[in-house]
Design a protein around this ligand. Structure first.
Ligand code: XIL
Length: 349
């Protein structure tokens, strides 16, 4: 896929984990073959990087950047500021107030950006900062960072990163902008308002990442997605898909949904969970429609959120799920071919 995407002027990438990269030759081979771009699924989150206040743990990200260097791949970082994936010590420190939080962020950025300089060229500076329309009328989501620093915490984070390394691409990343639902419509409006506000205030924002966790049975409109991407591009922002996968309705009824909010019931014409071909066809069609719309709107890169089905966060919740382009034997599924067609600007099926 890395070659197919590159041939058409796009980049394709994968979210990876250091352990299978080192321990599973098939996983490593698929990663080398498929991806021009890697993003750590967890290794550059606070949880992994900051086990204790006075200790940075770079083992995971170092393994990933070393692999990428060997295979001529670029690496994105994910994520410097997020409401989740922080240890109790971090949450306690943030709760001590603005001065402490500001210092904590500066120390984090100093440590992480100096260590990864040269190896990571693009950072999700902030992830999922916009509030979910179903539980808040505010633009920004409740978060330990918001509580500590107030609503200007995002501007601050982007400015501090740019000050430390003006050569980095600074990205804002979020979910919930993919579907034709009232939720997604309002979320798109908020993400656009956030991006426009940052641009107006002179905050250094270069790109917007659309996570692309596609809910297979939610309504979808290609035109709406394309127009949204165009609106971001009109603000002179790059747009990319950062976490592509297909979430099926709760085929094995696990506890709890994968994304925040109510879990999503199967659509009226949903395929039988036992009919794998029908499920794969449905997922492939949705991926083709979404990726084509983003690329037509001016997006330039796509990353899938995992190397193969059995390594996905979705299969941790639903063992029988088939969310990714490669199957459990690292073989291309219909979704892989649909993605290739989207990069080539071809129709599907
Ligand atoms: C998820 C990882 O995939 C899981 O392994 C982890 O337990 C929780 O985080 N949106 C994001 C990602 O931005 O960081 C999340 O990753 C998935 C949703």
């Amino acid at each position: 896929m890395r070659d197919i995407a590159a041939r058409h002027g796009f980049a394709f990438g994968l979210a990876v984990q250091p352990r299978p990269l080192a321990g599973d030759p098939a996983y490593a081979a698929a990663t080398a073959r498929e991806a021009a771009l890697l993003v750590p699924e967890g290794a550059t989150k606070w949880w992994d990087l900051r086990p204790e206040e006075d200790r940075f743990d770079f083992a995971g990200i170092d393994a990933i950047t070393a692999f990428a260097a060997r295979h001529g791949q670029a690496v994105r970082g994910h994520t410097l500021v997020w409401h989740a994936a922080m240890r109790p010590w971090t949450l306690a420190a943030l709760a001590e107030g603005p001065a402490r939080a500001h210092r904590l962020l500066e120390v984090h950025l100093d440590g992480v950006l100096s260590h990864t300089a040269g190896a990571i060229r693009d950072w999700d500076v902030a992830n999922e900062a916009v509030a979910d329309p179903w539980n808040s009328g505010d633009l920004l989501k409740d978060s330990p960072w918001l509580r500590a620093l107030g609503p200007s915490y995002l501007d601050l984070a982007f400015r501090l990163v740019r000050e430390r390394d003006p050569t980095l691409t600074l990205t804002y990343n979020d979910y919930g902008c993919e579907h034709a639902t009232a939720y997604d419509e309002e979320k798109r409006r908020r993400v656009l308002a956030l991006a426009r506000g940052m641009r107006d205030r002179g905050v250094p924002l270069d790109a917007v990442g659309l996570q692309g966790h596609l809910h297979r049975d939610l309504p979808f409109s290609a035109g709406t997605v394309r127009d949204f991407v165009r609106a971001l591009r009109a603000l002179d922002l790059r747009v990319l898909i950062t976490e592509l996968d297909v979430i099926e309705p709760e085929i094995h009824a696990p506890a709890g949904g994968l994304t925040p909010g109510p879990s999503i019931a199967p659509g009226p014409d949903a395929p039988d969970p036992a009919d794998i071909a029908a499920r794969d066809a449905r997922a492939a069609a949705r991926v083709h429609a979404f990726v084509s719309a983003v690329l037509e709107g001016g997006g330039d890169a796509v990353l899938a959120w995992g190397v193969a089905d059995h390594h996905s966060w979705a299969t941790r919740a639903q063992p029988a799920a088939r969310p990714l382009p490669l199957d459990r034997d690292f073989r291309p599924k219909p979704m892989w071919h649909a993605l290739a067609a989207a990069f080539a600007g071809q129709a599907w099926p």
